[in-house]
Design a protein around this ligand. Structure first.
Ligand SMILES: Nc1ncnc2c1ncn2[C@@H]1O[C@H](COP(=O)(O)OP(=O)(O)OP(=O)(O)O)[C@@H](O)[C@H]1O
Length: 358
């Protein structure tokens, strides 16, 4: 099922204040796609998700499921299922009873309930635990039961509200890939809310970066990380150096950018909309810099070294006291430059990306 949100606004009003939680949000999600809403706390992710589920009504705008307007349809009539942060299983029921619960409400036949529950229990790898109660299984297993409980209803759209935030790091990682595997196998259109960028990068077909109720960018994980459209997106995802510059000229796909703060010209890639003389920011990820000779070089003095085993983080002072962060992988002990040493680092034009300097 495809899902479309058209010009959605949500304004919470009270006597004292008015909060624009979601501000003109439009998005089309194709059938079977896994889309993640990512953004800082309070940016409107959960409110948008709750409007898709039907727990909140948009102040303005419309929501379509396969082109059918569902904006005013109650949650239980939407074919949409939501998995919450606190998975709240019924404590007095067995795993099997928990999973069957929704099907019983739907008044399916006994045979159908039996067959669907069995299939889901197999799919999610909970065989042998059917008769235990939630307090007799681990947190990760409880999370799987919650997923099974949603999946057994065969929803057309599955919504996730930070479902893994109560789990430890290792369990989160394995649940993440499990959710993705099952979602792909069943081709369920899914919307996932998180403020964890690694989680968003690893699980999504498409990431929607939000800030203050607005969409800042929609793109694949690669586009969001390597081709950000603005400073907010570049800054929110991963570590980044912003180098101020001005476009001198464009030659084929390469921009020549002069940076006063470094005192050099660089060759960079950027979106087509940028013009000569425009002030820009070079978005340079710390891991894009290396010892290997490429077209752009930055030389400076090492200010800080942090050895982290598989990689080393550096801070380098270059140009007019500009600090540039850099990460070098697979460090060899006697080759790690120390504080005060001069260092030359390089990056290729495609490893950088320029954006307008707002
Ligand atoms: N029922 C409500 N009444 C009033 N304001 C609300 C209500 N629900 C949410 N808000 C406000 O709307 C804004 C968006 O909240 P929302 O919960 O959607 O953000 P979020 O991105 O999901 O944040 P978090 O990551 O912290 O869960 C916030 O400013 C929040 O305080």
């Amino acid at each position: 099922m495809s899902l479309e949100l058209k010009n959605i606004y949500k304004i919470f009003k009270s006597k004292e204040s008015e909060t624009i939680a979601v501000n003109n949000f439009s998005l089309k999600i194709d059938k079977g796609q896994f889309v993640t809403f990512l953004g800082p706390s309070g940016c409107g992710k959960t409110t948008t998700l709750r409007m898709i589920a039907g727990f909140e009504t948009p102040t303005n705008g419309k929501i379509f499921l396969d082109e059918k307007d569902i904006t005013n349809i109650p949650p239980n009539k939407r074919d949409v299922s939501m998995m919450f942060q606190s998975y709240a299983l019924f404590p007095h029921m067995t795993i099997k009873e928990n999973i069957e619960f929704g099907l019983k409400l739907k008044k399916l036949s006994k045979n159908e309930i039996e067959e669907k529950t069995k299939r889901i229990i197999q799919l999610i790898g909970l065989e042998g635990m059917e008769n235990r109660r939630p307090d007799q299984i681990s947190g990760g297993q409880q999370q799987r039961v919650a997923l099974a409980r949603s999946l057994v209803m065969e929803p057309k759209v599955l919504l996730f509200d930070e479902p893994l935030s109560n789990l430890d790091a290792k369990l989160r990682e394995s649940m993440r890939s499990e959710i993705r595997k099952i979602q792909k196998a069943l081709k369920i259109t899914s919307v996932y809310v998180t403020h964890d960028q690694i989680e968003a990068m690893s699980i999504s077909d498409v990431i929607v970066v939000m800030n203050k109720g607005k969409i800042m960018q929609v793109g694949t994980p690669f586009e969001i990380y390597s081709r950000p459209m603005n400073k907010f997106v570049a800054d929110f995802i991963g570590k980044v150096n912003f180098i101020k510059g001005k476009i001198i000229k464009k030659e084929k796909d390469v921009y020549h950018v002069y940076s006063k703060e470094i005192g050099k010209e660089f060759y960079c890639t950027g979106s087509n909309e940028l013009k000569e003389n425009e002030k820009v920011l070079i978005v340079l990820r710390p891991e894009s810099l290396s010892y290997e000779k490429k077209e752009n070089s930055i030389s400076g003095v090492v200010k800080k070294v942090t050895y982290l085993g598989s990689y080393v983080e550096y801070e380098i002072i270059t140009g007019k006291n500009k600090i540039v962060s850099c990460v070098l992988f697979n460090p060899i002990e006697n080759k790690i430059p120390q504080i005060g040493e001069n260092i030359n680092l390089y990056f290729s034009n495609i490893a950088s990306w320029i954006i307008g300097d707002e």
